[in-house]
Ligand binder design. Structure first.
Ligand SMILES: [Zn+2]
Length: 307
């Protein structure tokens, strides 16, 4: 009997040893924002385990550097963030406390989207005066689908470097994603034709890449400067601008306060809407495809009502 148990244990051990290693996630991804965690899932599939530091109802500029985040960062193999100062209020603290050598700027485990994509609103001089939270240019880069593809390509490169044994899998997942994305992109580019040149107001400069990609026209933002709350004087001046010519919508993220938007909407009659902004922005937005599908659908609906 004893012997039987010995043999049984030995069998279990042998099975464990020879289980294909591919059935376990090999790379731990620490994403600063939900859009990058979603992209890592597209490229990494079952080979990656993703963690997101912020969710759709949090302003990624301002979160608390909680100890649980430090613990996650300590164990991560790949850090993916928007960069350009978006996480300046919390990431440096995590970075310092986690002390993870794999995530240093010269390592493949350090991936910042702002280093990959063409940046908008890049100032000539670095300037945080008056509380401007975009001193290095606009960091909300994921809302141009072309940027998503650029980051996907770089992320694939990094995953292959970090985990060469699964390089083929990362490459083929990237190719699948890229094909699907480019098909969606052609569809979206047809959809946005009716939106070109339409005037909009946004709460924060969160939508610059989206506006640029679609060809919308930004009248102004509710914030006088990125990160500075709306003032009465600024809103009164904005109301005049809105009255000068038709405006399609006043757009905000799910995490922005609604007060300024609703005030302007009430005074001007222009609809104030919330667009999903990132994964989880509304319950239906479970991946990057749905993020663009739904955002465009919401804008189209408003555009159709207006005509
Ligand atoms: Zn911002």
């Amino acid at each position: 009997m004893l012997r039987f148990f010995h043999i049984a244990w030995l069998l279990v051990l042998v099975i464990l040893l020879f289980l294909p290693s591919t059935s376990f996630a090999e790379i731990r991804v620490f994403a600063c924002e939900p859009e990058w965690a979603s992209l890592a899932k597209e490229i990494g599939g079952s080979k990656v385990e993703t963690f997101t530091a912020t969710h759709a109802r949090q302003d990624p500029h301002y979160i608390r550097a909680r100890p649980s985040l430090i613990a996650k960062m300590r164990k991560a193999d790949l850090l993916v963030c928007s960069g350009a100062g978006l996480e300046a209020g919390w990431l440096p603290i995590l970075f310092q406390k986690a002390g993870n050598a794999k995530l240093q700027p010269d390592k493949p485990g350090y991936l910042f989207a702002a280093d990959i994509v063409p940046m908008l609103e890049k100032p000539i001089l670095l300037d945080r005066s008056m509380g401007d939270v975009h001193p290095e240019g606009n960091p909300h880069v994921h809302l141009n689908p072309n940027n998503v593809l650029l980051v996907a390509k770089e992320m694939t490169k990094r995953l292959k470097l970090l985990d060469p044994s699964n390089a083929e899998s990362y490459q083929s997942q990237f190719e699948n994603f890229s094909k699907k994305w480019q098909n969606a992109l052609s569809r979206w580019e047809q959809q946005v034709l009716n939106l070109k040149g339409k005037r909009i107001v946004t709460h924060h400069m969160s939508w610059s890449y989206f506006i640029d990609w679609i060809g919308l026209s930004l009248v102004n933002t509710l914030e006088p400067k990125p990160g500075i709350p709306a003032t009465t004087n600024h809103l009164e001046a904005l109301l005049q601008q809105v009255r000068n010519a038709p405006v399609l919508a006043i757009i905000r993220t799910p995490y922005a306060q609604d007060k300024a938007s609703e005030w302007l909407s009430e005074k001007s009659g222009v609809p104030a809407i919330v667009l999903p902004y990132t994964i989880g922005g509304t319950n239906e937005v479970t991946d990057l495809f749905k993020l663009f599908d739904l955002s465009l659908q919401l804008l189209e609906e408003i555009n159709n009502v207006k005509r």
